[in-house]
Design a protein around this ligand. Structure first.
Ligand SMILES: O=C(O)CCC(=O)C(=O)O
Length: 274
């Protein structure tokens, strides 16, 4: 099933009812080209120590060995992509929508860039707040498409309605389809829907929403995405792996460290059957 946004309701009503909202063409073609270009240039010589995730035990032939995701690029002031990512993370267009979804100001806590080259595995269905542990309430994500995405190149999938679920304990994912180990099985009355998107579209979703993506089965199409996480201002707990800044770029220091959590999904230690 391919998701359509509800036509007759406001963005915040849809976010509340379904747990997500897609803002079409929020970033221009020129902006997408600049962002993509900065990340492709950084990855030109292969994974970048301290920025690219290390895929332990993945085969040399695994496309993700060459193009693993980049974690927290906004912190890399030493690279052209650092200030660029930070500017995007604190972009006013994102802020305006996030405030409507959260009902208050939000703080930025994380950035990631996924390359998802042809042949790459996806990331099995999961809930982000399992990793971020934001309390009270939950986190929010802004997932910015850097390529047109569809079933073939592993578009995002969301499970509308699952945003009202508690955080559940994940089961083991299939390592042939997912580079991360966790799988949250949707309840039987809810179905994943495919989010067909164009480059520059932004998918906003609630941190409880079950979501993920399948493998990129295309021959030659990357499916890149720039991803940010936020928490509502006033959140009192957050996992150790993250730290918060407000939209003026000031660090927020009075958040307690939640127990557990970690990066948004752990990779398999050893190579799976693929
Ligand atoms: O981009 C993807 O394929 C998955 C990203 C995701 O699930 C996440 O950012 O939590």
């Amino acid at each position: 099933m391919v998701a359509n946004t509800l036509a007759a309701v406001s963005p915040e009503e849809q976010f509340k009812l379904e747990g997500f909202f897609v803002a079409r063409r929020l970033f221009s073609t020129a902006e997408v080209k600049t962002i993509r270009g900065a990340f492709m240039a950084a990855a030109e010589g292969g994974p970048v120590p301290g920025l690219s995730e290390v895929l332990r035990g993945a085969a040399a032939s695994d496309p993700l060995t060459r193009y693993p995701r980049m974690m927290k690029p906004h912190r890399h002031a030493d690279l052209p992509l650092g200030p660029l990512t930070r500017r995007c993370m604190l972009d006013k267009r994102l802020e305006r929508l996030l405030r409507r979804f959260a009902g208050k100001e939000v703080w930025a806590v994380n950035s990631m860039f996924y390359f998802k080259p042809p042949g790459a595995r996806g990331q099995e269905l999961h809930q982000d707040n399992f990793y971020l542990r934001a309390k009270p309430g939950t986190c929010l994500a802004a997932w910015i498409a850097m390529d047109d995405c569809d079933a073939e190149n592993g578009a995002m999938q969301v499970v509308p309605g699952s945003q009202s679920m508690e955080t559940v304990c994940p089961e083991q994912a299939d390592s042939g389809r997912s580079f991360t180990t966790h799988w949250v099985r949707p309840p039987s009355h809810l179905q994943p829907v495919l989010m067909e998107m164009q480059a520059g579209d932004v998918l906003f979703f609630n941190g409880q929403l079950i979501h993920g993506s399948g493998p990129n089965t295309s021959r030659d199409r990357f499916r890149r995405a720039l991803i940010f996480h936020y928490i509502p201002a006033g959140s009192i707990e957050l996992a150790k792996y993250y730290d918060a800044i407000d939209f003026s770029g000031r660090p927020v220091s009075d958040i307690h460290t939640a127990s557990g959590g970690g990066p948004c999904g752990d990779e398999f230690e050893a190579q799976g059957p693929h």
